[in-house]
Design a protein around this ligand. Structure first.
Ligand code: SD4
Length: 320
């Protein structure tokens, strides 16, 4: 690297670091195993994940089991069954999963399957590929024995028909205080894994894919360093390859908390105006059990389950 390039890069990092001085507190640290997940519904997900982690199970199994909880709950309107549809009334799901060996699998724009996270895991384990989308993902799921179901509940259909009256696409930050689930875990063997699953932004264009199924955007795991996940307006997370950025910032010596703050600051720097109106939140967990979270706006909650913290909800600090 030329010294000029190096100088520019260091300068950019320094200016991001100055953004975070106001927060910059040491991250919380717990012993292994631990699972952390986004939003209040993370509590239910963590219960299932903890059953596996507390009996020396693998983090990968724990995050899948956790993610399946909101996926299967018809009352959760942002994940799996009962998720709000796109503007054409179709429920399309995005999900990904990543393990301690950097194996990963993902599905996007998948219809009719309640548990996209489990389809993503099958993509990881049974195919030479990482990512299947749309009809191909559905065909693969059916071949694997998943059942075809109607995911549009009466309640979500009603909400969509109401939306059609104005048909304005304006995502509201922290809708109903829950959203995409991102879940990361560290098991007793000190291995990390993560998963992310969502029905995406309500009333999106048909075919729109957010950050949630994109490895590096809404989820990244590096078993030497840590794991990170995101929630919020996916377009902004994709632009900065958010979760990969968080893990790389941890590799450079930042705590999970500082890394989440720096990633959020990067979004603010890219979109000073827009970032005031939208929500994006990051959650990170290090190899040694430190965790941190940060968001653009107030209201981003996450749930932590470890031997020391028995499945408590915390609210992340925010930029605004
Ligand atoms: C997406 N990140 O589709 C998801 C949705 C979400 O808060 O998390 N909304 O962009």
């Amino acid at each position: 690297m030329t010294s000029r390039r190096k100088f520019i890069q260091l300068g950019a990092l320094a200016s991001l670091a100055s953004f975070t001085k106001a927060w910059g507190k040491p991250a919380a640290k717990v012993s292994k195993p631990v699972v952390i997940s986004t939003w209040n519904f993370g509590v239910g997900a963590n219960v299932e994940a903890w059953k596996i982690l507390s009996t020396d199970g693998r983090a990968l199994d724990a995050v899948e089991a956790g993610a399946r909880v909101p996926e299967g709950d018809p009352k959760e309107s942002s994940v799996g069954l009962g998720g709000l549809p796109d503007r054409d009334g179709r429920v399309t799901l995005d999900s990904c999963i990543m393990d301690e060996f950097a194996n990963c699998g993902a599905v996007a724009c998948l219809e009719h399957i309640v548990h996209p996270v489990s389809v993503a895991r099958k993509v990881m384990e049974k195919t030479p590929h990482v990512f299947l989308v749309g009809d191909g993902a559905l065909k693969f799921a059916l071949d694997q024995g998943f059942k075809k179901e109607n995911l549009l509940t009466k309640q979500s259909e009603k909400a969509w028909k109401e939306w059609l009256k104005t048909a304005k696409y304006k995502p509201v930050a922290n809708i109903e205080n829950h959203d995409t689930i991102g879940i990361v875990a560290l098991d007793t063997k000190q291995n990390l894994s993560g998963a992310c699953t969502t029905s995406g932004m309500a009333y999106k264009m048909h075919g729109r894919v957010g950050d949630s199924p994109i490895i590096g955007a809404a989820l990244f795991v590096d078993n030497e360093i840590g794991a990170a996940t995101s929630t919020g307006v996916g377009e902004e997370v994709i632009r900065i390859v958010g979760s990969h950025l968080v893990v790389e910032l941890m590799r450079q010596g930042n705590s999970p908390q500082q890394a989440c703050e720096l990633a959020v600051a990067r979004i603010v720097k890219n979109q000073p105006q827009k970032s005031k109106e939208i929500q994006v939140g990051f959650l990170a967990l290090s190899k040694n059990g430190e965790y941190g979270a940060f968001a653009l706006q107030k209201g981003f909650t996450y749930a932590v389950y470890s031997n020391e913290v028995s499945n408590k909800i915390f609210e992340a600090k925010s930029f605004y």
